[in-house]
Design a protein around this ligand. Sequence first.
Ligand code: ATP
Ligand code: MG
Length: 300
Amino acid sequence: MTAITATNLTKRYGATVAVQDLTFEVLPGRVTGFLGPNGAGKSTTMRMILGLDRPTSGSVKIDGRSYAELRRPLNKIGALLDAKAVHGGRTAHNHLLALAQSNGISAKRVTEVLDIVGLTEVAGRRIGGFSLGMGQRLGIAAAMLGDPEILIFDEPVNGLDPEGILWVRTFMRKLAAEGRTVFVSSHLMSEMAQTADHLIVIGKGQLIADAEVGEFIGLSSQGYVRVGSPQLSQLAPLLGGEAVLHGDHLRVTGVTAAEVGETAARAGLVLHELTFVQPTLEAAYMELTKGSVEYEAVAA
Ligand SMILES: Nc1ncnc2c1ncn2[C@@H]1O[C@H](COP(=O)(O)OP(=O)(O)OP(=O)(O)O)[C@@H](O)[C@H]1O
Ligand SMILES: [Mg+2]
């Protein structure tokens, strides 16, 4: 079953093409990371999923229906788009209660979601006095109100402290393990590497990659074989590919670890280390989105 299906989704604002012909699926039971440089069209795509913005052409469906066609939307899909878009004068409890009441959700569920996000103790405080992290937690509580199968989070760890980041990561993993669909945007690559199973990467509104995290990293050419040997100077010229000395070991690109091992064995040379070093998600992302960065700083 597909939770979210975008088909040729396109959004123009005047002359600006925010989202261009995007086709992808977001599946349940896993965390799907939504990546792309500033202005790539991530928030616009999420707003269209939630019916907050109309596609110029194409469509996006939730279990086959548009958001407007959902009978009880909050029970189907919950979202945190902008944690600051709340009434600061209300208490956390009243904010959630108002949302619950207008959507046929019980007051008991408000208590539950406050507990889930760890805001029970400050439930009676005005939101205006909340820290960034407390605001994010409140936004997640609101998204969880209808106990939805599908959750959308736009940069949920933005501004959170390390404890908060760890909490959000664990929470998303748990939601996916429960079989829910989790679609989350972020600019924190090391965090996404630990949180997401699958990635949808866009640039300038267009699809760059739709792949599992490992598969996406595999698209990068930044990986290398790290070779340690007391006979490096004899080994290096025998290796195909490019070998560069880094400290006491070689970094070899263009060959597999197996090929290096076999070359060494044939020449009767000793190996102390032979490891394929994968690029980080950050390195892969930087390489693969290079042509799609809209707002690039010029190096001093
Ligand atoms: N309401 C709007 N009116 C005009 N242009 C808009 C509007 N909303 C978004 N855009 C434009 O659409 C493009 C995509 O913006 P969007 O906010 O979707 O990007 P994003 O991927 O979420 O970026 P970020 O990582 O900075 O949050 C940008 O060029 C932006 O300026
Ligand atoms: Mg955005």
